[in-house]
Ligand binder design. Structure first.
Ligand SMILES: *Cc1c(COP(=O)(O)O)cnc(C)c1O
Length: 479
């Protein structure tokens, strides 16, 4: 439904009678009454004249036009444009690596991971709304690796905002830990003796703690916040338009179907892709690609959703056993619709290592462990994976590989009329030792990463216990 001049309303995944504005959805993060997540009540389509431009509009133009209907009446156009310009001094890059694969590099922001796109928009929107509020807004965020540094970096020195990051001690890469533990001022990190899911649980419990909420203004910055989810849709639109316009030259296919392959953990990124598709991005389908934490591939294959404890993998920013955005996907689509739109695939550590090597050997491209799962997924799919399923091969979902469902667009791949966009979610240097082992060469470290390696470690150790966490907050946060 298109409602151009009506202010967007946001509802709740657990209670569809909820109807609120963007500001409330952003500032509260999640609905503390129901524990549900905010979603827009409808997703407007962009004008086809805008989408059909060739050459495509710039990334910022796309960002502005996509954000506008979601904030209309709450953020004037000029302010929205200023937010977008300030948030995005960098752009995504779409790199062709062979005849039917593009790599969408999302690591050109300050912390070298795709989460900069969401976090930087969110920080500026929160700061914009917070100008007319009293007192500090406290952001609590659990991170499996890259969220924390993206959020910390995006909010650092933003007046009126204060950030506490929780991460699982010893379960993230050295560079990731360094990026998190070296913030000062209004940003700090707590290293929790537990897993990412434990961190997420501590944060979620704090949000539903009435006593704590009375004392502090709390908000979240995980992908559960709608203002992180919406901006991630910008690069799907941008990149699908880039590929649509250049694929005829690169591939000699006039009207290739575009498939986005999304390395996923909490499934915020993939949910953003679904939003972009609803808004008119020329994306035919998606591949949900995970590591051994295969809760969603199992759900797509069997129809049973079983959240479980997360296990550690080389693609650690995806070590999520209970993905938050499952709830959004479920609220937006039936299982049947999901199966028509998405293939799903998972890979273990040995497969990740082999895929980094394979991508490098065949294309010369150095991919990180997260993107490597996407590379392998697309390679299996375009080299007979779908044919096998169509011919009745029953893949065992407990083994790495494609789950047995065939999406609606399978024949377009089988008929060699599809191209893949593999989302490269982090810079390979963030996972230097794995990438070096796989390729035999150390990836070059970007300057921004080099700089943090020399800063002192300021992280605060904390037990995995809600009461301890709560007491720490009460004793240390400013009112
Ligand atoms: C966070 C992250 C992911 C997973 O994204 P979700 O939105 O949680 O699915 C994948 N790769 C990298 C490098 C990440 O930082």
């Amino acid at each position: 439904m298109v409602c151009k001049d009506i202010k967007m309303k946001y509802t709740d995944t657990r209670d569809k009678s909820v109807s609120t504005d963007f500001r409330t959805a952003v500032m509260s993060g999640m609905n503390s009454k129901t524990g549900g997540l905010y979603i827009p009540t409808n997703i407007p389509k962009l004008d086809s004249s805008f989408i059909n431009k060739n050459p495509e509009p710039s990334f910022r133009e796309i960002a502005f036009n996509m954000a506008k209907p979601f904030v209309e009446g709450e953020i004037p156009d000029d302010d929205l444009m200023a937010i977008i310009q300030d948030a995005y001094p960098f752009t995504p890059k779409t790199v062709p690596v062979d005849k039917s694969a593009y790599i969408l590099e999302l690591f050109h922001g300050p912390t070298c991971a795709f989460k900069d796109f969401g976090a930087r928009f969110m920080a500026r929107v929160m700061s914009y709304f917070n100008r007319t509020e009293n007192g500090t807004l406290h952001i609590l965020v659990a991170t499996s690796g890259d969220t924390g540094s993206a959020v910390g970096s995006a909010f650092h020195n933003v007046p009126g905002l204060d950030v506490t990051i929780l991460y699982p001690e010893g379960k993230i890469s050295k560079i990731q830990e360094k990026q998190l533990s070296t913030f000062t001022g209004n940003v700090r990190a707590l290293k929790v003796k537990g897993t990412f899911d434990d961190c997420q649980k501590l944060v979620k419990t704090a949000f539903t703690d009435a006593e704590l909420r009375k004392e502090f203004r709390l908000s979240s910055a995980n992908s559960i916040n709608i203002s992180r989810l919406l901006p991630q849709s910008f690069y799907y639109m941008y990149s699908s338009l880039v590929v649509r316009n250049r694929a005829p030259l690169d591939t000699k296919l006039e009207d290739a179907s575009i498939v986005c392959i999304v390395p996923s953990g909490n499934f915020g990124n993939l949910t953003s892709g679904l939003i972009a598709k609803e808004m008119g991005a020329p994306i035919r389908g998606f591949v949900a690609a995970t590591n051994t934490n295969r809760t969603i591939p199992d759900w797509i294959a069997t129809g049973d959703y079983n959240a479980r404890a997360s296990v550690e993998t080389y693609a650690n920013a995806m070590d999520v056993g209970a993905p938050s955005n499952y709830e959004r996907i479920k609220a937006m689509y039936s299982l049947d619709e999901v199966r028509k739109m998405m293939a799903s695939f998972w890979l273990d550590n040995a497969g990740i290592m082999a895929s980094i090597t394979d991508c490098n050997t065949r294309t010369g491209y150095t991919i990180d462990p997260h993107g490597a799962i996407g590379w392998k997924a697309w390679d299996v799919i375009r080299n007979g994976g779908f044919e096998a399923l169509k011919n009745g091969v029953k893949n065992d979902i407990s083994k790495p590989g494609l789950t047995p469902n065939l999406p609606e667009w399978a024949d377009e791949v089988i008929n060699k009329n599809a191209v893949g966009i593999i989302l490269e979610t982090a810079h390979p240097a963030k996972f230097g030792s794995i990438v070096t082992e796989a390729t035999g060469r150390e990836p070059a470290v970007p300057e921004t990463l080099q700089a943090v390696m020399n800063l002192p470690d300021m992280a605060i150790p904390i037990e995995n216990n809600y009461e301890t966490f709560k007491e720490w907050l009460k004793a240390n946060l400013s009112k």
